[in-house]
Ligand binder design. Structure first.
Ligand code: DC
Length: 223
């Protein structure tokens, strides 16, 4: 029995997981674990080592040896890979597709899921990803699935990117739809709603409304 809960937030790209998981973790005093950043880091490390995103065995080794941390610097969460700050490097459109590709391989998932379980073992954590409530912590105390229509998710991504016009909206929408298909039809841990997750459609909700709805469900957290 954990003294503090494990909170999981799953859902497709652009559903709002990153924004609300930060807010939720801050409000609750929990550690936030961005599992997508770990798949992105594997894609980046593989690219640098000249390993193909199709090479399951070698990718598995990259994932097992991954040395990744998530420090907060000046109030902003950063991603550090083997001592190098890769926060921006893993957010490119290329690494988004790379993360989606490497995350389909069993050996990669096994290695990263083991690390995520270890990181969240004691509770007091918010995990965000695709399988955190279904595979990583099926026994999590609080589970959410965030969703929104694809056009709205693509629009959010478009507005996030700086400068905003650096990738056309149509291209972002195409990538979002492609990743939706890739992430939800793969054989290993496809994106799906856990039977005991609270499903929240964020299409027409503000961030404050989503966070308020979620905080209502996390025990012991002042609102
Ligand atoms: O959340 P994100 O966009 O940073 O995730 C990048 C990719 O990693 C996403 O396309 C699917 C994959 N992923 C996954 O398979 N399982 C997770 N728990 C998190 C991300």
């Amino acid at each position: 029995m954990r003294s503090r809960p494990v909170v999981t937030i799953d859902g497709p790209s652009g559903a709002g997981k990153t924004t609300v998981s930060k807010r939720l973790a801050d409000a609750a005093g929990f550690v936030r674990i961005d599992t997508g950043a770990m798949y992105r880091a594997v894609a980046l490390a593989a690219r640098r080592a000249g390993i193909s995103w199709d090479d399951a065995d070698h990718l598995g080794r990259v994932a097992r040896e991954l040395s990744c941390s998530f420090p907060t610097v000046a109030g902003t969460p950063r991603v550090v890979l083997s001592g190098e700050d890769v926060t921006e490097a893993i957010r490119t459109p290329e690494m988004s597709m790379g993360a989606s590709a490497v995350s389909a391989h069993g050996p990669v998932r096994e290695a990263l899921v083991a690390k995520q379980r270890e990181m969240g073992r004691e509770g007091g954590v918010v995990l965000e990803g695709r399988d955190t409530g279904t595979v990583v912590f099926p026994d999590a105390e609080v589970k959410f699935f965030l969703d929104a229509v694809a056009a709205v998710r693509a629009r959010r991504r478009y507005l996030e990117i700086s400068p905003p016009a650096s990738q056309p909206y149509e291209e972002i929408l195409r990538d979002v739809l492609r990743r939706d298909v890739q992430d939800s039809t793969r054989e290993n841990s496809p994106l799906r709603v856990a039977h005991d997750a609270a499903y929240i459609d964020t299409t027409t909700l503000t961030v404050d409304e989503v966070v308020a709805e979620m905080l209502r469900r996390v025990p012991g957290v002042p609102r």
